[in-house]
Design a protein around this ligand. Structure first.
Ligand code: GDP
Length: 299
């Protein structure tokens, strides 16, 4: 939690401290509530969620009468946590029925897919499990090289295809090899050129169908860059429409003052945020736990 706090420092000062200072105002009048609303919207919480959070806080502070700093922090934490659907299942699927868990990783270029594949491998391997990475982003030689570097770094196996090769065929080979060698998890890194939306979506659909010749895709993780804000959310919808996304990984939360984007993503996509990226290193990935996250955010 200490590390989460340190990594969320920028969001913390904007959202957490700003809101707590406003709530501690002598008089909670309309102007103060407008400012609270603005702070939430500026932190990318989204208009709909902000409306709900402010209405509930308003009512609860009114009923409460006396307001100590601790009480206000408690109310705020409860409302922000409630906005994050704390009861959703955020675990990653693991190996079952003697076959590996197959995880497809999608998202626009630069969102952090390859890095996230590396970090997830790190966590699983530290937990004593085996991981195979499939380099299905065959369009950029650099992407495959980057994944291979991560594989070496964390001790995962890798299956790669020729540059410009068919991504679906690499995915097929990777899952087959994962089954044959009995690994626990196969992670498939994909390309994300959003310029050619139809092409990209066709390609992801094909990757998925081809993997399904071996059995189901257990998990499709959408990697989103937290610093792209509401724009990123619009792009996210393209993916949720094309493939059945089961979880979101929100990266680069260390680099934004707009940590509220977690709430917008959760509410607007209706898909559980399962993991958050808090830096570029192998250990900079954390499971997303709403209450702990909000606690860190409030400092
Ligand atoms: P991809 O194109 O989606 O595979 O994205 P990459 O994994 O290549 O990541 C793009 C850039 O974002 C790289 O420079 C990564 O080091 C960086 N990156 C990825 N995740 C995070 C994160 O959680 N925090 C920060 N600060 N940088 C990240």
């Amino acid at each position: 939690l200490v590390r989460l706090r340190a990594r969320l420092a920028r969001s913390q000062s904007t959202l957490g401290r700003g809101l707590l200072a406003l709530l501690a105002s002598d008089k909670l009048d309309d102007d103060v509530w407008d400012e609270i609303e603005e702070t939430l919207i500026t932190a990318d919480v989204g208009v709909e969620a902000t409306g709900v959070i402010v209405a509930r806080l308003r009512e609860r502070t009114r009923v409460l009468g006396t307001r100590t700093a601790a009480e206000l922090r408690g109310l705020l934490a409860e409302e922000l946590t409630a906005a994050l659907d704390p009861d959703l299942d955020r675990s990653l699927k693991s190996a079952h029925d003697g076959r590996p868990a197959v995880i497809l990783v999608v998202g626009v270029n630069g969102a952090g897919k390859t890095t996230t594949c590396g970090k997830i491998s790190r966590v699983l391997i530290a937990d004593g499990r085996t991981v195979l990475l499939g380099a299905a982003d065959t369009f950029r030689a650099a992407a495959t090289e980057q994944l291979a570097t991560w594989a070496g770094r964390v001790g995962a196996e890798i299956v790669r295809g020729p540059e410009g090769g068919d991504p679906a065929s690499v995915a097929f080979d990777a899952v087959k090899r994962g089954i044959d060698t009995g690994v626990d998890t196969v992670l498939i890194d994909t390309a994300g050129r959003l310029q050619n939306k139809v092409g990209l979506m066709d390609e992801l659909g094909k990757v998925k169908r081809v993997i399904e010749k071996h059995g189901p895709v257990d998990e499709t993780l959408l990697v989103l860059d937290a610093t792209t804000g509401q724009n990123g959310l619009a792009q996210a919808r393209v993916f949720t429409e094309a493939v059945d996304v089961t979880g979101v990984v929100l990266t680069k939360l260390d680099g934004t003052a707009k940590g509220g984007i977690v709430i917008a993503v959760q509410r607007q996509l209706g898909i559980p945020v399962k993991l958050v990226g808090l830096g570029e290193g192998p250990d900079d990935l954390a499971p997303f736990e709403p209450a702990a996250f909000v606690d860190a955010l409030l400092g």
